[in-house]
Design a protein around this ligand. Structure first.
Ligand SMILES: [Zn+2]
Ligand SMILES: [Zn+2]
Length: 432
């Protein structure tokens, strides 16, 4: 077993331009998607995601939006291109305007002809994209604090809560909590300013649930990972590292974001969650990790901005952060292109050589397949893989190709630990 971080050839050092090119904050689902962040930020004339977020929250010193209407309009503009021929608004001929599909209110076309030709493809996802279009507006309530809504203590032990169908009944009547948000001031502000009519309340309740499920999916996935490796939070405190934490988990993150683990493991000895990634966004969770045990029956969150193997060198090696009992990563996307593999390589080798229980999620079965291939090439000992019972219920649209089948966050997982056991090489012994 290796006792130090493997030295890596220079070529494996992550490049600044390719590996985490989407430093502005948005992730792209496909290697071929032009960084969504670039598109949006260029449109909005903003230099980085922080500025964008500040403007959205109305906290910017230099207010970039005059009002909510303008904010929602600008956000929608990033989706305005012809789904048929990819024409952008700037390239339309005079008198042409992009028309929205009236069914989903999500995709645009330059001409009737483009729409007609695209329909055979689009009709397969139109219904789903209608939901996506609602979600991308309602998601704003995550930043206003209306979401996530509080959850109840678990009435069953975690071993009996195997999926959403088991989790939901423990919450009692969700309608009350959802209705409170449906009738909130921010919800009213949203639809007063969005450039479309307000969906009916049933649609809004479902959208709120989908967004809540995405938030909870991450926490429950950590819980699943704890179970998968047979870790017992009741017998000892646990340190969990979230490697490759992105703006998704850290933007606007609260110190209470992983409190569902308290419901999942009542009476635990203390759970520490350290989010580590180059895209970690400043906020209350950015504070030093614990070096000793944290408070019992509490979840302690901290965050570190940087690559995981650097975090390990800077803090773990120097005993300024506890060694992890478990490392979890949400959609590292190391299958996407060579650059990403290289970016993740030092981390993957580190996890392997230190024999760390590791649990990573993927967006789709295809991504799972490619990721397994990569891990096997690295001689990882794969312990399990498959569909995640706590998949996010919110469909994710591939922004640049809306007709691709939407995917879901955390839909699949792989857990691995250590080196693949070598098959015994038969050596001719004295008895043979
Ligand atoms: Zn067109
Ligand atoms: Zn449509």
């Amino acid at each position: 077993m290796a006792s130090e971080i493997p030295a890596l050839p220079q070529s494996f050092a992550p490049g600044t331009g390719s590996v985490f090119s989407d430093q502005s904050g948005f992730y792209s689902l496909d290697a071929n998607v032009p960084g969504l962040s670039k598109v949006i930020l260029n449109k909005l004339n903003m230099k980085d995601y922080g500025e964008y977020r500040a403007a959205v929250e109305g906290k910017a010193k230099r207010v970039s939006f005059r009002n909510y209407k303008e904010m929602f309009e600008k956000m929608e503009e990033t989706f305005k291109f012809c789904t048929g021929c990819n024409k952008l608004p700037d390239h339309l001929t005079e008198g042409q305007t992009l028309k929205r599909c009236v069914k989903c209110l999500n995709v645009y076309y330059c001409t009737k002809d483009c729409q007609r030709k695209d329909w055979p493809q689009h009709k397969k996802v139109c219904k789903m994209l209608r939901l996506v279009a609602i979600d991308r507006l309602v998601e704003w309530l995550m930043f206003t604090g209306d979401l996530p809504f509080p959850t109840e203590k678990w009435s069953k032990p975690f071993a009996e809560v195997k999926n959403w169908e088991d989790w939901l009944p423990m919450q009692g009547d969700l309608t009350l909590r959802l209705d409170a948000i449906v009738s909130s001031t921010n919800m009213a502000t949203l639809w007063k300013n969005a450039s479309r009519t307000r969906p009916d309340d049933a649609d809004l309740r479902q959208s709120l649930w989908r967004l809540q499920s995405e938030f909870l999916s991450r926490v429950l996935t950590v819980g699943i990972a704890i179970q998968h490796f047979g870790l017992d939070p009741k017998s000892k405190p646990l340190t969990i590292h979230l490697a490759g934490a992105s703006h998704n988990e850290t933007m606007g993150a609260r110190l209470t974001d992983y409190d569902e683990l308290n419901h999942m493991f009542p009476g635990h000895q203390g759970i520490e969650v350290v989010m580590v990634g180059p895209e970690v966004v400043d906020g209350p969770i950015v504070r030093p990790p614990l070096t000793a045990f944290g408070p019992k029956q509490k979840v302690y969150i901290s965050a570190y901005k940087g690559l995981y193997h650097q975090f390990w060198e800077d803090l773990v090696e120097k005993e300024e952060a506890a060694k992890p009992d478990l490392v979890v990563g949400f959609h590292p996307g190391f299958h996407a292109n060579q650059g990403l593999v290289e970016g993740w390589l030092p981390t993957l080798l580190l996890l392997r050589d230190f024999n760390i229980p590791s649990f990573f999620t993927m967006y789709s079965e295809m991504e799972l397949k490619y990721s397994l291939q990569i891990l096997l090439e690295l001689e990882m000992h794969i312990r399990d893989s498959g569909a995640n019972p706590f998949t996010s219920q919110k469909p994710e649209q591939v922004q640049a190709s809306p007709n691709k089948t939407p995917v879901n966050c955390n839909s699949h997982f792989i857990c691995f630990q250590g080196l693949l056991p070598q098959e015994d090489v038969e050596e001719p012994g004295p008895d043979n």
